[in-house]
Design a binder for this molecule. Structure first.
Ligand code: NOJ
Length: 524
């Protein structure tokens, strides 16, 4: 095990994200479940991925799709039981697949027993488990449940929220308290929260989980501008992992690798920034379908060819240099918070984007359904706090052409709706191309998470985008031309076998790429 980079298995790993309510339903209630994931393990194994991340599957009122946890140590009955989850760990392990759970440390649901106890006017063990002001007439501003007077219960005080108003913020303490009701991080009650969260992690690691994706990891400590105390908390967690669970992996949703990696995370997602939107989504995608700008912005990976890869790369390279050899940056092309990558795009566009996902440095996470090019469904109504654009990317996995709408979330019923069964049969399908790319990613050392990375061509408002990856003497060059026009640039490398892609050629010091092409070559 490398001391800084964590478990060895991560280096060649490809992760597959499963939104459990939409993956596979075995009970007929319309909602996917854990036995459904177990039933589909053969499919997952055939994809070639080495680990899955399951979005929160714990007891919850589901006001935020399970990110409002009411019991960290029990599976929601709609998904099955703890025994089912342990079975998933075991069955996945038999196939060499690891399972990451989703840890939501920053807040719970208002239904969590800790919060209910905390609402009591009588002092008890949980009075300080959440952040309360000392009077209903005082609220703390922006992140309070309401900026108006807020009486929630008999307790005289207002509580801070961490996301939706039904998600009260857990109290990990304030780095710089400036009110009497703000506890320092060293206060025993704040420390009790620190311990409680480590205990939750231990509970699931002991049960067979291989680690966690950590929700809003940078949000837990208040008044912590340089993340000093957050780094102390996660540093202690990392110490615990290194000594007690050295094979475990933690990836943060912090989207600030320069903080998350020194804090102790093995990897950090990097997607909530405008550079990322300029790379993959169009600047305005976040605006949502109610807005005239919904996905009308320009991104580098659009066939229009009007994007600018430097919007992303300038930002990325700064983070890459700061974290190189210490941890990984994970650039997802989809997840449950982003609109589906296949919105107003063609299958060819998606293939090029898949090649990007699986050749770029760091730990690749593939979002369920993207491997078949499932489309963003912009008219999907809100369900369980999804809202657009998130909810349009959370619809049920399309397994077969005759799959029925299950009443939970709509499915794509268009003529061109993709499904697994059909693509499985077709050699040239996106599914089979993705499988090949995953295989290349997991077997080619020069594409490993920690393999070196050097940009060969990334120019403002220009195409293509070219980089080199290398490990020891193994080197590959990777080039993308998502634009619909042919491009060529001088490129002085001696390319050998083409490992993936088509429509692109390196010869006589020149890279020539047809419109909408990509290539991965071994260097000699
Ligand atoms: C980030 C999660 O990915 C998102 O789905 C959730 O709504 C918020 N955090 C709050 O937990």
């Amino acid at each position: 095990m490398s001391k800084n980079l964590g478990p060895e298995w991560v280096k060649s790993a490809v992760f597959y994200q499963i939104y459990p309510q939409s993956f596979y339903d075995t009970t007929g209630d319309g909602i996917g479940d854990l036995p459904g994931i177990i039933e589909k393990l053969d499919y997952i194994e055939n994809l070639g991925v080495s680990a899955i991340w399951v979005n929160p599957c714990f007891v919850s009122p589901f006001n935020d799709a399970g990110y409002d946890v009411a019991d960290y140590c029990n599976v929601a009955s709609r998904y099955g039981t703890n025994a089912d989850l342990e079975k998933l760990f075991r069955e996945a392990k038999k196939r060499g697949i690891r399972v990451l759970l989703d840890l939501v440390p920053g807040h719970t649901s208002i239904e969590h027993p800790w919060f209910k106890a905390s609402c009591s006017p009588e002092k008890n063990e949980f009075s300080n488990r959440y952040i309360w002001t000392d009077s209903v007439w005082h609220n703390g501003g922006e992140k309070w449940a309401s900026k108006m007077v807020q009486g929630h219960c008999d307790r005289d005080g207002a509580f801070m929220i961490n996301y939706f108003c039904s998600q009260p913020a857990l109290n990990f303490g304030f780095a710089k308290p400036d009110q009497p009701w703000q506890l320092p991080t060293t206060h025993p009650d704040a420390q009790a929260t620190w311990k409680a969260m480590r205990d939750v992690m231990r509970f699931w690691l002991d049960a067979g989980a291989s680690g966690f994706r950590v929700d809003m990891a940078g949000s837990i400590i208040r008044n912590d501008p340089d993340a000093k105390e957050a780094k102390r908390f996660w540093g202690e967690v990392r110490e615990m992992l290194d000594t007690e669970y050295p094979e475990a992996f933690i990836v943060s949703e912090w989207t600030c690798p320069e903080n998350a990696i020194p804090a102790g995370f093995h990897a950090d997602f990097f997607h909530f920034n405008s550079g990322y939107y300029g790379l993959l989504r169009g600047e305005a995608f976040r605006a949502g379908p109610g807005s005239e700008h919904f996905q009308t912005g320009t991104s580098f990976f659009d066939a229009k060819g009007e994007g600018d890869v430097t919007l992303f790369m300038d930002h990325y390279l700064e983070q890459y240099r700061k974290t190189k050899n210490k941890g990984y940056i994970s650039v997802p092309v989809g997840n449950h918070d982003l609109g589906r990558i296949n919105y107003r795009r063609s299958v060819k566009d998606i293939e090029i984007i898949m090649a990007f996902l699986l050749t770029f440095p760091g730990t690749p996470f593939l979002y369920y359904g993207d491997e078949i090019g499932m489309k963003h469904l912009p008219n999907t109504p809100n369900r369980e706090g999804g809202y657009q654009p998130r909810i349009g990317a959370r619809t049920p996995m399309q397994w077969t052409a005759d799959q029925k709408d299950n009443g939970y979330l709509p499915i794509d019923t268009s003529e061109t709706a993709p499904n697994v069964a059909e693509q499985d049969e077709k050699k040239s399908s996106l599914l089979n191309i993705t499988r090949k790319l995953i295989d290349l990613r997991s077997t080619e050392p020069a594409l490993a998470a920690d393999a070196d990375f050097e940009v060969l061509y990334a120019e403002k408002n220009k195409y293509p985008f070219v980089f080199q990856r290398s490990k020891g003497r193994k080197k590959v060059v990777v080039a993308f031309n998502p634009a619909a026009r042919e491009v060529s640039i001088p490129l002085a490398v001696s390319a050998g076998e083409m490992l993936a892609g088509s429509g692109a050629k390196i010869a006589d010091g020149q890279l020539v790429m047809k419109g909408q092409s990509y290539g991965v070559w071994a260097l000699i």
